[in-house]
Design a protein around this ligand. Structure first.
Ligand SMILES: Cc1cc2nc3c(=O)[nH]c(=O)nc-3n(C[C@H](O)[C@H](O)[C@H](O)COP(=O)(O)O)c2cc1C
Length: 207
């Protein structure tokens, strides 16, 4: 039996938790992208949200190269993806590469928080996209050397993840059994007692 995009999305939402912003629970990473384009207005909204990410020294080390379908940038990002990601991500109308400026602007010394800050900015990006009804899928599976060459990324910018952005489609649109299986698989998370401690290894008592 085939499931619609919205049926899959509601199965993928984490259970509601009183007091937790629904968008944190409802965001998930789809691989089935519909051909629907993302408007320039929504792209602007997403990157406005990114701008307001906090960063060490307020350095704002994040940079984004954005490829819209039909442009050479979309094509170059597609070519830079690893094999598995190439099987589904090219359908996304927007492919993005996140970069972190490795050195501090005021003195040129290494910014040890650049990647940390890029990750935070990407969290803002994916949550704002979800709030606008879109799906995102971050991808570490990028050939960094290829991406650096094709996208002419300067040496002092480190490549983070690529991000596919667009609207979710039905799993069947993936046209591949393994991908469909993954699209329908339940989402998994570690319990709080494995990740939040009162002292190393001792779960914080949250009751
Ligand atoms: C930095 C990063 C790299 C990832 N790399 C890939 C990837 O290369 N290919 C892929 O299919 N998913 C990739 N993912 C997606 C994760 O597998 C996914 O976020 C995780 O399983 C949790 O699922 P959820 O986002 O639906 O909650 C990546 C996610 C992140 C944050």
């Amino acid at each position: 039996m085939s499931a619609s995009a919205s049926e899959v999305a509601s199965q993928k939402h984490a259970p509601k938790i009183d007091g937790v912003l629904p968008i944190f629970l409802e965001r998930w990473s789809a691989r089935a992208f519909s051909p629907r384009e993302v408007s320039k207005q929504d792209l602007q909204r997403i990157f406005e949200a990114v701008r307001w990410t906090p960063s060490s020294n307020n350095e704002q080390p994040w940079r984004y190269i954005v490829g819209l379908r039909g442009t050479s940038t979309h094509e170059k990002i597609r070519e830079s993806l690893m094999g598995f990601n190439q099987a589904w991500a090219p359908k996304a109308p927007v492919l993005i590469v996140g970069l972190a400026k490795s050195n501090l602007s005021h003195n040129g010394s290494p910014n040890h928080f650049a990647f940390y800050d890029l990750g935070a900015a990407c969290a803002y990006l994916v949550l704002q996209a979800a709030a606008l009804g879109m799906t995102t899928h971050q991808m570490g599976g990028v050939d960094r050397e290829k991406a650096r060459t094709l996208l002419e990324i300067p040496a002092d910018y480190e490549i983070g993840a690529a991000i596919a952005l667009g609207y979710q489609d039905s799993p069947e649109s993936l046209g591949n059994e393994e991908l469909i299986k993954r699209e329908l698989a339940p989402r998994q998370r570690k319990p709080l007692n494995e990740i939040v401690f009162s002292a190393w290894g001792q779960p914080l008592d949250l009751k």
